[in-house]
Design a protein around this ligand. Structure first.
Ligand code: SF4
Length: 348
């Protein structure tokens, strides 16, 4: 396999400028390379025609190349959700999901993966049951956006909520944020990029100091450590006290609202008492809550809360003045819903 750090698709604009200069070229050539890869889908170095033949040769002779994900499958759910299955050069597989709102205001949100598998072991998640294979490179993360953009047209929002824990692959994730945000590429605004984490506090603190700060979402799913530990073993390393200290400091630095994701699991975390506990927990922060209708996968012990229970939970939060949205199941028939990525391979 070619060396991953020679992949031009993985390089941020600044890294490309440095690469070009190191090879004896003028800095401005980075603009052609970046825009041809990320705006014009150049597949090979020879496709970057504004570069002289001699400089293209220099890049190739020094081992540089442009990676490309292989699309294995595209599945369309009757509700309009689309799931893409990609293969990486080492045979690992990942999934991305495109969610569209209905006409007339069609908005497209792309949920992308950042790792093949995941190390975090959340009990309700199908991805956790797959063996962790490896981190994705920045190019492999950005390519999900490039390929789906070419296939489905303009994408409004990108969320790092697919397979893997983004802050467990920090460098590639932040490089990919810089790539998809750049104005000579896909130019997705930082307010339209969300990184979701189960709560890796060092990563949250580093993220707050980045030049491009995406929006932050926290996979919370429980209002106290005891219950959260049952669902998410990460709590043993990052208890809520530590997590919320880092969130307060993130918010002081960035002034950004934080979204909390809360999967509604029947009889586990969905009572009125849980809602009241959640209100107290989130009180010190400027936040919003997404209540997610849970999507069980085969062999999983949990069930989805009933719709009226989800509504009751929402009413309690809203009465306390908390912005709360219910995310009903999407893409169920193609196993593209939250917590289900990789579920079809488990079955096989
Ligand atoms: S919910 Fe997210 S962090 Fe937890 S195992 Fe699944 S992919 Fe990993």
């Amino acid at each position: 396999m070619p060396s991953m750090n020679k992949d031009l698709k993985s390089k941020t604009y600044a890294h490309l400028e440095q690469t070009v200069v190191d090879l004896g070229g003028k800095k401005y050539l980075a603009k052609y390379i970046f825009s041809f890869i990320h705006a014009k889908d150049a597949a090979e170095i020879d496709d970057i025609t504004p570069l002289s033949k001699a400089f293209r040769q220099t890049l190739a002779e020094n081992g540089y190349y442009i990676s490309k994900l292989k699309t294995i499958e595209k599945l369309v759910d009757p509700d309009g959700t689309i799931k893409y299955l990609f293969e990486l050069p080492d045979g690992s597989r990942i999934e991305s999901v495109l969610l569209c709102t209905d006409a007339p205001n069609i908005r497209k949100t792309l949920c992308i993966s950042c790792q093949a598998g995941c190390r975090m072991g959340c009990d309700f998640c199908a991805t956790a049951k797959l063996k962790f294979r490896r981190n994705l490179t920045a190019g492999e993360i950005a390519d999900q956006v490039n390929i789906i953009f070419a296939d489905s047209g303009k994408i409004n929002n990108v969320v790092y909520m697919g397979m893997g824990e983004p802050l467990d692959n920090y460098e590639s994730v932040t490089d990919s944020v810089s790539i998809i945000n750049h104005h000579t590429g896909k130019y997705i605004g930082q307010r339209h990029i969300t990184v979701s984490t189960c709560g890796i506090t060092e990563g949250i603190e580093k993220l707050a100091a980045e030049e491009i700060v995406p929006r932050l979402a926290i996979s919370l799913h429980a209002p106290n450590d005891k219950l959260r530990a049952r669902l998410m073993p990460i709590v043993n390393r990052y208890p809520l006290k530590k997590l919320f200290a880092s969130l307060r400091s993130y918010q002081m630095q960035t002034r950004k609202r934080i979204t909390f994701e809360y999967c509604m699991i029947k009889g586990v975390n969905d009572s009125v008492a849980h809602a009241q506990e959640l209100i107290k927990l989130l009180a010190p922060l400027k936040s919003s809550v997404n209540l997610i209708e849970y999507n069980p996968h085969d062999g999983c012990e949990f069930l989805a809360s009933n719709k009226h229970v989800i509504k009751r939970f929402q009413d309690v939060l809203m009465k306390a003045g908390m912005e709360t949205v219910i995310r009903y199941k999407r893409g169920q028939k193609i196993k593209a819903a939250c917590g289900q990525l990789g579920a079809t391979w488990l079955k096989k």
